[in-house]
Design a protein around this ligand. Structure first.
Ligand code: ADP
Ligand code: MG
Length: 507
């Protein structure tokens, strides 16, 4: 038997095939998008600590990944025999095919998304939480964009699988590419020629979408973006200057009133990690304008203390007051239930910056004020720019975090925390992740904030800074506050542990 080339080529103009391509594209894209969104929900449910949610998600994924699509499709298509009402939707092969594909693919997509979600560093959730953004907001603004970007190559791969799976829908007589081919060769018996055309059309659909997905991937990849220069307009410059003058005046007024009002009060706080007593009867009071440095050997509980103070870790007993109001402890054992308005009053700067990598510097700063609708968009923008100017990062406003040095990233992180106008700033070793030559630029910003009367609590290993800028230095050891004194007093102490520690870190 001869291969009929003219016939095979004529199939490239066959309108039934092109219509079938459209059907396949519609079915695949719809299934991919719906299953992609539903899969994300399912992935979150599987990650959830709520048991019934977690178990339902596991059950779903286990069941529908085990069930062959063809079997599911026959069930869905024939469902009207048992529930006639469902015939309105399911008697259409397209809808039956779409529903079966979505049900089955959601289970696969959930696992792909879960991979994406767990690849987003924990610090990203914590940065969102420290900015007072609730769970749904953190997912929408911070986690989903990053998780989808990570999962996109695998999601694209799944699209190809879906395109090929649509051929199964021919069994319920959907006129897709395979069925068009089958109808043709049952008439003329030119199986080889027809199947070659069928193969061509599938490959065509996959190739076109592969290209589109690659484009999408490149579009979402911020690491490929060129840094855009930032040009400050004259009117913006004037507004920033006015705002900074106003804030300087407010700062002076604050300083005049300072040293009296307690901003943060920690009373007899205990914290355990399992059986490890990490914070032991900690008492601490920070007044407005205080700059308190926390020093002490590694593992003494400094990070634990800072993290409990803004609700990133729950405390087991004791109480924490913020601006004279109950904030944490006693009644609330669940850190998710703490008052968001109070969280916003505490700015947090992490050792590892935790900037949002998919947002520009300016967007990083604007995220929380926009979410919490502080002022008008224009006011927020001017505030963000003035903060960037304050930390010396205005020229970099349009860059992405990966385009900055560690010191620059940390200065942006400080501006981000300041944007919510907190009454106290917490810092956990803000310079420990930096190269030595970058430490000073961050310390300078801290010194400037201290001079402006900002209330600060800083865990640090920079002794020169701690002893020169702080109003008080706290020495922690084994979960306890051992000393809480002025820098001069601590330097003069006869406590051997402090002397040894200072000797070690300044060596
Ligand atoms: P520091 O910041 O002073 O180095 P940390 O507050 O990080 O100390 O840790 C205090 C102690 O608590 C250490 O012994 C540490 O191993 C323990 N610890 C810290 N975080 C956890 C955790 N999430 N789970 C269990 N133990 C922890
Ligand atoms: Mg630490």
């Amino acid at each position: 038997m001869q291969f009929d080339w003219p016939y095979a080529l004529s199939l490239l103009w066959e309108s039934d095939f092109w219509r079938a391509c459209l059907t396949v594209a519609q079915l695949s894209i719809s299934a991919w998008l719906i299953a992609g969104a539903a899969g994300f929900m399912l992935a979150l449910a599987k990650q959830s600590s709520i048991k019934p949610l977690n178990w339902s998600a596991r059950l779903y994924i286990w069941f529908f990944r085990s069930l062959p699509l063809l079997v599911l499709l026959m069930f869905v298509y024939n469902l009207p025999q048992i529930f006639p009402a469902s015939g309105v939707v399911l008697s259409s092969p397209f809808h039956a095919g779409l529903i079966a594909l979505v049900i089955s693919e959601t289970a696969y997509m959930a696992e792909i998304h879960r991979g994406g979600i767990i690849s987003v560093p924990k610090g990203q959730y914590e940065a969102g939480k420290a900015l007072g953004i609730p769970y749904a907001g953190i997912q929408r603004l911070i986690i989903i964009p990053q998780a989808v970007r990570i999962a996109l190559p695998t999601l694209g791969n799944q699209f190809v699988t879906i395109v090929k799976l649509t051929s199964l829908v021919s069994v319920v007589s959907l006129t897709e590419i395979l069925l068009v081919g089958q109808r043709l060769y049952t008439q003329n018996f030119l199986i080889f020629e027809t199947m070659l055309a069928v193969a061509f059309y599938y490959i065509l659909v996959v190739t076109v979408f592969d290209k589109v997905l690659l484009k999408l991937e490149a579009l979402l990849d911020v690491t490929k973006r060129k840094p855009k220069p930032f040009v400050l307009s004259e009117s913006d410059a004037k507004e920033i200057e006015a705002l900074r003058k106003q804030e300087a005046a407010e700062g002076e007024a604050r300083k005049a009133k300072a040293q009296l009002r307690p901003v943060l009060k920690v009373e007899d706080v205990n914290k355990y990690y399992g059986s490890h007593h990490a914070l032991k009867h900690v008492n601490l009071s920070v007044k407005a304008g205080d700059v308190v440095s926390i020093i002490g050997p590694s593992g003494s509980g400094k990070t634990s203390l800072i993290r409990t103070l803004n609700g990133l870790e729950a405390i087991d007993s004791g109480i924490i007051l913020l601006n004279g109001r109950h904030f944490l402890g006693q009644s609330d054992d669940n850190t998710d239930r703490i008052d968001r308005n109070q969280i916003l009053d505490i700015g947090m700067v992490f050792q590892s910056f935790n900037l949002f990598p998919h947002k520009t510097v300016l967007e990083n700063i604007l995220l929380a004020p926009s979410y919490h609708k502080r002022g008008t968009p224009e006011e927020r923008r001017i505030l963000a720019l003035s903060l960037l100017q304050k930390v010396g990062m205005l020229d970099h406003a349009n860059k992405y975090p990966h385009q900055l040095s560690g010191g620059q990233q940390q200065r942006v992180a400080i501006a981000r925390a300041l944007a919510m106008k907190p009454s106290i700033m917490l810092f956990d070793e803000p310079t420990s992740a930096l190269d030595p030559e970058l430490v000073n630029e961050v310390l300078k910003v801290l010194e400037q904030l201290a001079a402006e009367g900002m209330t600060m609590l800083i865990v640090t290993h920079e002794m020169r800074f701690a002893f020169s800028v702080s109003t008080r230095v706290i020495f922690m050891e084994n979960g306890s506050v051992v000393h809480d004194s002025t820098p001069a007093e601590l330097r003069a102490t006869n406590d051997q542990r402090v002397k040894e520690f200072l000797h070690q870190v300044t060596e």
